[in-house]
Write a protein of this length. Structure first.
Lengths: 363, 317
């Protein structure tokens, strides 16, 4: 009974434990727990004492969630194929550089500009992911190490190219042409002028494709089989090396799309980054909490976005905003130690079973 | 000439935290645990050091820095328990556990700053660790004295001493042999009576102590306060130095020094002809690119600890 629902129960337990950690820390520092939950409620709905539902809040929540869901899908995809794409952060940065450079330098007519810019960002991410992929296959170098190293190469290297784009200032590039952006007056108007953009449609399509490719196609099956047992896959006639590189490139493509979303949707310009914004690392959390499946990742993306948008509200309510970050990192921590949670659940389950059976015997 | 000397002085200030954190990570990785969490433990070390320094300076003046360093080492050990217990006892994926520990550190430290100081950073301290004006006799040697023995932070000499100690402990003592055995073939080690779980705990806690120390040195020499960006990737540079130095203490020292100097060069490149054509952003990339290149060239040869990253399960053969 418990085993069957383990995939759902463990993330939920992790989220609850994460919230508990946050509450404990608030209590220990003499702060009000109630404000935590009222801030989360306000972050999701805009409801606070005396005011009613404000659709702007869920709109902004989705804006924050879109890139998170993309990096979650990216890391989830690689994870399902037996790889840990910790380099997603760099792929987001490089993807957004490619997208903004393309949008600024290559004018295209009408909505074509938006679509091609989107894809260019994705392809940028895929190319950045190609490096750890090919190094893993050719030289047997762990994608974790190359991924981390290339995160920093992307961070510093891309800043240079952002700076030399025409019209760039010290902090950002010029605004991209309106027809290359994903801005939507319609979506914005139904959410009380939030920044909600067409990316929400793109991310839904991406999540459906993710599910379809991984679960329903023989291509996805080959990629997963390679990750599960490379030698076995090779015996079965799968081109294993090619599968490894393709898996991480698809993962990189999804991360690159997160970069496109930042450039075309959240902002409409490229930015000089002083430090990583951590989209790739948050993606690890989203993927793990979401159990690496499409619906789970979507929901987990909304959860982490909620924690993130609540930060400002928390700060206003007199609670240090970092509590949100503490809660989200605790959640990853608890998902990481799921072995011990499973162990505890098993123990608990057995005891219950035993209690039930002994009751039956008694009866 | 002045530029070269000032570059070296600044390099010798940047390098010690990298070297020390790399030495620490070596203990963890040699025992079989990947320590991605160096960055996070350094963050905690830097936060504790800065806080203790700020709080003690009024009463202890210049000694406060050194008390702060000790506090940071203790904090590093305590914080690394999180990684040890999850990666060794609870069988978490070491990379994921390390990432969680990293993410938690910034949140926790800045949160505590807000609670203690009411802002997202610590208050500035006045001295931290001070430079040695000139080492007697050695400081008078021309050029070499100017570079190595004048205006240098004592942290550089401590890094040298620690490198020697780590080399001796890891490669010349039975303890070191056992520790390395746990990272190469834990089951073989267990079969001759080495307690693998305990050795891995020691490895991770030692790396915590070193990373805490490194964080303290970083904030007390290069900065005046702790902020969320104080460590800014230095932990990952340390991991790069560890790999670049082929998991060997002397290698860590050389790589750390080299990365420190290349950073110092990066900030001064605009003053030097020819080099000023290269944007400083690219100098920041050097450690990472070089590390990947070294990995390519050493591919196929077994330099990394073999059982690194594997969960030790005594029942599995």
């Amino acid at each position: 009974m418990l085993k069957k629902y383990e995939k759902i129960i463990i993330p939920i337990i992790a989220v609850i434990l994460g919230l508990l950690v946050g509450m404990l820390i608030l209590v220990a520092s003499g702060l009000n727990i109630g404000a935590l939950f009222s801030s989360l409620l306000q972050g999701a709905t805009g409801i606070k004492a005396g005011s009613s539902l404000n659709l702007r809040y869920p709109g902004e929540l989705l804006v924050t969630a879109i890139p998170l869901i993309f990096t979650g899908l990216a890391i989830g995809f690689a994870y399902r194929c037996g790889m840990f794409n910790i380099g997603a952060d760099g792929q987001v940065i490089f993807g957004s550089l490619c997208a903004v450079a393309f949008a600024l330098l290559v004018p295209l007519p009408g909505p074509l500009a938006a679509i091609v810019t989107l894809l260019v960002g994705g392809i940028g991410g895929a190319l950045w992911a190609f490096i750890p992929g090919i190094l893993k296959v050719k030289f047997n170098i762990s994608e974790v190490v190359t991924g981390i190293m290339f995160n920093y190469v992307a961070l510093y290297g891309c800043n240079y190219f952002i700076r030399i784009l025409p019209g760039s200032t010290d902090t950002k590039t010029a605004e991209i042409p309106a027809n290359a952006a994903l801005k939507s007056e319609f979506l914005s108007s139904i959410t009380n002028n939030s920044r909600l953009h067409w990316g929400i449609v793109v991310v839904i399509i991406a999540a459906i494709l993710y599910w379809f490719i991984i679960e329903k196609t023989s291509f996805g099956y080959q990629l997963r089989a390679t990750g599960f047992n490379k030698e076995g896959a090779r015996y079965a006639g799968i081109k294993a090396d090619r599968s490894v590189v393709l898996s991480i490139m698809i993962s990189g493509f999804l991360a690159g799309l997160a970069g496109s979303m930042l450039v075309q949707g959240t902002f409409t310009w490229g930015r000089i980054l002083v430090a990583s914004e951590g989209y790739g690392f948050d993606g690890i959390a989203v993927a793990l909490v979401g159990g690496c499946n499409a619906i789970g990742i979507f929901l987990a993306g909304l959860l982490f976005a909620l924690l993130s948008v609540s930060e400002t509200i928390l700060q206003v309510a007199g609670i240090p905003r970092e509590i949100a970050q503490i809660i989200s990192s605790s959640i990853i921590f608890f998902v990481a130690i799921q072995y011990i949670i499973k162990f505890a659940l098993d123990r608990f389950g057995k005891k219950k079973n035993r209690a039930v059976s002994s009751k039956k015997e008694a009866a | 000439m002045d530029i070269i000397i000032s570059m070296c002085t600044s390099g010798l200030m940047i390098a010690p935290p990298i070297i020390i954190a790399a030495l620490g990570a070596m203990f963890a990785e040699r025992s079989g645990v990947i320590n991605i969490a160096v960055e996070g433990i350094m963050t905690v070390g830097a936060f504790v050091a800065a806080t203790v320094c700020v709080l003690l300076e009024p009463s202890m003046s210049s000694n406060a820095g050194w008390v702060a360093v000790i506090a940071a080492v203790v904090a590093g050990v305590i914080y690394s328990v999180l990684l040890a217990i999850s990666a060794i006892n609870f069988r978490a994926d070491q990379t994921i556990a390390g990432t969680a520990v990293n993410l938690l550190s910034t949140g926790l430290c800045v949160y505590l700053c807000q609670v203690i100081f009411g802002q997202q950073r610590t208050i500035a301290f006045t001295t931290g660790i001070s430079r040695i004006q000139s080492v007697p006799i050695l400081g008078d040697i021309p050029i070499i004295g100017d570079i190595l023995f004048k205006n240098v932070y004592p942290t550089f000499y401590i890094a040298i001493i620690l490198t020697v100690i780590v080399w001796y402990v890891a490669f010349k003592t039975p303890f070191g042999l056992r520790l390395r055995a746990c990272g190469e073939n834990p089951h073989a080690a267990a079969s001759v009576g080495v307690k693998v779980i305990r050795m891995r705990w020691i490895g991770v806690l030692l790396s915590g102590a070193f990373a805490g120390l490194a964080g303290a040195f970083l904030v007390l020499t290069t900065s005046i306060q702790f902020t969320a960006n104080t460590i800014h990737g230095t932990g990952f540079i340390a991991i790069a130095a560890l790999i670049f130095g082929k998991w060997n203490p002397w290698g860590c020292f050389g790589a750390g020094l080299f990365f420190g100097l290349s950073q110092a060069l990066g900030t001064r490149a605009s003053l030097i002809p020819v080099l000023n054509l290269i944007p400083s952003d690219f100098f920041n990339c050097i450690p990472y690119i070089l590390t990947v290149i070294v990995l390519i060239f050493t591919a196929g040869r077994s330099v990394a600890p073999k059982a690194e990253g594997q969960i030790y399960d005594a029942g599995q053969r």
